[in-house]
Design a protein around this ligand. Structure first.
Ligand SMILES: [Zn+2]
Length: 279
């Protein structure tokens, strides 16, 4: 796919979301016809594609992973916005690729779910990896992650090309090694960035689902995903821990320990201990 065919400029963000970098262009369909098992992408011939800058956060890969468990209509909505994945019924790119001529292109919902399932597997493995202490099981999981990640990179012909984009006066990483779409390559790169980040994925202590960690756990060593119910669980968790700390600090104080001794024993700051004793 050439940049002229493309309808959208994608930006791949660094994880701190401060320094976005341009990627190759992505072509979104003019029409999308649905049938009972899939959708057909159509592009208007000779249409004047408008280049729109879209900022993609790494969470796009998370969104695609989530498509494993959604209704067909949600898959259509995402496909309309982001375009085709260029996949056959097994969720991998077809062995033989016909030249790109703007022909209608069909992909099944089950193929999208297979593709999404692989991203979901990576997320689950990465969360498991982060949870485990160093040892044989952690080694085993790490090999599983690299194998799946590298297999996806190979099959989707992830071949970054670094170039200067004159129109936008910025460096760009293009992923146009594959004829149908840049999208899978982009999602794989995003997944590499998220899994490779030091925070990576964690299992939510409340709903037990793996989620990308965007901030350090504030109060406790337990971690919670951004869902409202799980945030409420986090607050309860914090309040429970705070009550426990207050009880323990008061108990030690009654035993005659000084604030400094309590602080050492409870691995807390003396000022915090003072607050616990007062409350
Ligand atoms: Zn949760």
């Amino acid at each position: 796919m050439t940049s002229k065919e493309a309808a959208r400029i994608l930006k791949i963000n660094s994880l701190d979301m401060e320094q976005p970098m341009g990627t190759g262009l992505l072509r979104t369909p003019t029409f999308l016809d649905r049938d009972s098992t899939g959708m057909t992408f159509k592009w208007q011939p000779n249409s004047n594609s408008k280049n729109t800058e879209i900022l993609i956060r790494p969470s796009l890969a998370i969104l695609f992973a989530g498509l494993k468990d959604v209704a067909d209509t949600e898959i259509i909505r995402v496909a309309q916005r982001w375009g085709a994945l260029g996949i056959a019924d097994d969720g991998w790119p077809p062995e033989v690729l016909h030249g790109w001529a703007g022909d209608p292109w069909r992909e099944t919902f089950s193929a999208w779910r297979l593709f999404a399932g692989r991203l979901q597997d990576l997320i689950t493995l990465a969360a498991e990896f982060n949870r485990l202490k160093a040892g044989p099981k952690k080694d085993y999981i790490s090999r599983g992650i690299s194998q799946l990640m590298n297999l996806m990179a190979q099959r989707f012909k992830l071949a970054p090309r670094f170039r200067w984009d004159e129109n936008h006066a910025q460096w760009e990483i293009a992923f146009d090694g594959f004829a149908i779409s840049n999208l899978p390559a982009l999602l794989i790169v995003q997944m590499m960035l998220i899994v490779g980040d030091k925070n990576g994925f964690a299992f939510c202590s409340n709903c037990k689902v793996a989620y990308p960690v965007t901030r350090k756990p504030a109060f406790t060593r337990r971690s919670f995903c951004p869902k409202a119910a799980c945030r409420r669980a986090e607050l309860r968790d914090y309040q429970r821990a705070a009550r426990k700390n207050r009880r323990e600090a008061k108990r030690l104080r009654e035993q005659g320990l000084s604030v400094g001794e309590i602080a050492t024993q409870m691995a807390a700051k003396p000022s915090t201990v003072k607050r616990w004793i007062k409350e």
